[in-house]
Design a protein around this ligand. Structure first.
Ligand code: AMP
Ligand code: MG
Length: 425
């Protein structure tokens, strides 16, 4: 092998294109990221927007709180009257949440008030009900403790003022963000369109989950797995089932599947005689940007795009490889389509329990369980795992130990890197 003048690598006297070379994971991500453009923006109902990414800043429609608000149940007072505590004040009425105070509070007076009610003019503090006692006739109240100015009052605009940005563009709408959007009256929100993802499994040996398995066949587990992964991150995903290893049938099904923004294929992209996916994609005008990543498992991975802005990921057929490649590359790519500044997940440091073997020329990933110990440190232990076809091992894991290429074995107590599945118990 020698390096050609213009950068291509000559192999068996043929120049390999960049797409044919094995790329480092960082290079592969760079290639993917430089092709992805965010989808268009639209307004959607707040109910149903969870998981979408905001396309514009949202601003406060008024001050928050919108009025001076009691933060405790008790008596609202002029604090100067109660500076020393232990005073009797005249009870001048009652304010519940939702009431509008009509008069100014006079010196020597108190108004019974509930949490969330508007504080009347003249009052500058609320004494907690626990530190007060009513006279028997209910006309006077004894304030037991000194009350400081501003105590238990949230002033109008002290959280946010009218017009201030309360949620930034580029933020994913989770539960707390939906709460804020509701608070400011945003019944519709400007977001990036949810990516439409199609999942198609290739392989003549595959049958669907509800079919019986004849000798030589296995069930399509990648389809349901990828569909669930894509839906978890807010994509509109359709499982298109299975296509056999036949050029014509693949062509037909892929034309249909390319109506989606992103097509996730599995299987059929390595070097076997029935690995037809790359040539069928090329015949449909898909430009292939990468075909191999230096990663274990997951080496046979394909990424391509069409001129009209659709993307294709060809994921390895083995279930663990397929899951890993989705997590490392497809998920952040879908994030970018949704307007996020996503990158592949960053590992955290953890202390190894047990042992992981040495690696060769590829970064290697091993299914494992991590946990937070009593001292706050993280430990991680590999699960029993028989390689990239072992979905059963992966299903016991809540993360992956990452070993860099050409690393020695690691043992008990060694620091290792872990990619946690934060959502998985
Ligand atoms: P391939 O990438 O097509 O060579 O497939 C590699 C391995 O993964 C083979 O053992 C396949 O049977 C298996 N495989 C391929 N597709 C799937 C799938 N959708 N679900 C489960 N296993 C699969
Ligand atoms: Mg196959």
């Amino acid at each position: 092998m020698r390096v050609d003048n213009d950068g291509g690598i000559c192999h068996n006297s043929r120049i390999m294109t960049q797409a044919e070379q094995m790329l480092l994971p960082t290079e592969a991500w760079r290639v993917i990221a430089e092709h992805i453009r965010p989808l268009e923006q639209q307004r959607v109902a707040l109910d149903g927007s969870a998981g979408c990414v905001l396309a514009e800043d949202l601003r406060a429609d008024s001050d928050y709180p919108p009025f001076d608000r009691a933060m405790m149940d008790g008596f609202t007072v002029r604090s100067a009257d109660c500076a020393a505590g232990s005073v009797w004040l005249v009870v001048a009425g009652e304010l519940a949440a939702g009431d509008v105070p009509s008069s100014t509070i006079a010196p020597g007076h108190a108004v019974q008030i509930n949490t969330g009610a508007a504080v009347p003019a003249g009052a500058d503090a609320v004494g907690m009900v626990e530190q007060t006692r009513m006279s028997e006739d209910g006309k006077r109240v004894w304030i037991g403790q000194p009350v400081q100015p501003e105590q238990n009052i949230a002033r109008q605009g002290s959280d946010r003022t009218a017009g201030q940005v309360v949620l930034q563009a580029g933020r994913r709408l989770g539960e707390a963000q939906i709460s804020v959007a509701a608070a400011i009256g945003a019944g519709e929100v400007p977001v990036y369109r949810r990516p439409r993802v199609a999942v198609l499994a290739t392989g003549s040996e595959l049958v669907s989950v509800d079919e019986s398995v004849r000798p030589g066949q296995i069930r399509n587990s990648n389809g349901p797995c990828l569909t669930a992964l894509a839906r978890r991150i807010g994509c509109d995903c359709q499982d298109l089932g299975i296509v056999v290893d036949d050029r014509e049938q693949m062509r037909r099904r892929m034309v249909e599947a390319l109506a989606a923004d992103v097509l996730c294929l599995t299987g059929g992209i390595s070097m076997g005689q029935y690995d037809l996916v790359p040539e069928v994609l090329e015949s449909l005008g898909v430009e292939i940007h990468l075909r191999k990543i230096a990663i274990k498992p997951g080496k046979p991975t394909l990424f391509g795009s069409t001129r009209d802005g659709r993307y294709v990921f060809g994921l390895p057929g083995n279930p663990v490889s397929c899951f890993l490649i989705f997590l490392l590359f497809v998920e952040p790519a879908l994030g970018r389509l949704q307007g996020l500044a996503s990158d592949p997940p960053r590992p955290v440091l953890a202390k190894l329990r047990g042992r992981v073997g040495r690696t060769k020329d590829r970064d290697s990933y091993v299914p494992a369980r991590w946990q937070v110990e009593r001292d706050g440190g993280i430990t991680v232990e590999p699960v029993e795992y028989h390689g990239s076809a072992d979905a059963f091992g992966l299903a016991q894991a809540n993360g992956l130990v990452v070993r860099p290429a050409r690393a020695g074995a690691a043992g008990d107590g060694d620091q290792v890197l872990v990619i946690p599945f934060w959502w998985q118990r």
